[in-house]
Write a protein that binds this ligand. Sequence first.
Ligand code: F6P
Length: 366
Amino acid sequence: MGDKLRIAVLTGGGDCPGINAVIRAVVKRAIMELDMEVIGFEDGYQGLVQNRFRSLQYEDVSGILTLGGTVLGTSKTANPFRYPNKIGDETVFQDLSKNSIENIEALGVECLVVIGGDGTLGIASRLYGEGVPIVGIPKTIDNDIRETETTFGFDTAVQIASDGIDRLHTTAQSHHRIMIVEVMGHNAGWIALHAGTASGGDVILIPEIPYDIEIVSEYVKQRNKRGKRFSIVVVAEGAKPLGGDVVVKRLVKESLDPVRLGGIGFLLGEQVERHTGLETRTVVMGHLLRGGTPTAYDRVLATQLGTRAVSLIRKGVFGRMVGIQKGSLVHIPLEKVATGPKKVPLEHPLLGASRAVGTCFGDKLL
Ligand code: F6P
């Protein structure tokens, strides 16, 4: 170990366009301006627990600004406080937080930069409580992290979803079909609301507004009567019918967030076809929304958040997450962040604007 101040970076949870842009920003600023040494733990908290890391030099991050995914790898199941260990068919959970903290100390890491969603940042908050100097950077396509107005990855996901919905429009129109498009977003409707509005979805169903299938079907039938012989229904994976529940695709019990959503699109497709008698098709956009190059907006946001995180380290300000409030860069105590998903408020102006151009949200007919 040299004389330089050493910091470490890890990326946890689902990948998301713009993570590499953040890693690049942190590493470049730390090396160029502050002459620090940077290492990266591999595969999120798994690398921290297993003491698996690599050096991050300028050359390692040069050219990754536009690259999707994370060059460090990630994990959705590794949690130092509840680390899954497979013994035969059984999964046994162990608290390996002490070993993880020892790894950080032995490496002489002065600050751990954690890039992640609410689960990953929740663990970061606990590690900070145990004395680890940490700075968090919010990451998710879902845009559901509290205390920040937006997250990088969201703009890219909305763009990909909108491009897809635009393409589905022409085929729906040609065949006079109802096209159901299921998009990710976890238990929040941000992606569906934005992509649905951007691409003129006729119906948008989000978790925050339970839908009535009779209303959705009646709306589609009325469009048909008016000569609009196709409809686009954008449904968030976490949407649910009135009095009903979300559709669960799988349970990953090792994960911090064991419920994987998905499948509402097919259920809804069957229901709409039955209620309207109109031919229906379902498309699930799924992980497509998480892949590939980030938009210019997300690259800019990622660069701002990454470089700001290094400012906090320079000032010795830890236990904070960098974020955006009222359009400006801010930092917030980590403990305030991991308190459940940020949902779409029912008074959100975009909901009003979208209704005002005739979009049905499954709760009332216009
Ligand atoms: O949080 C990001 C996200 O893509 C959610 O939108 C989605 O519910 C979930 O991750 C999918 O998880 P996995 O990658 O485990 O399938």
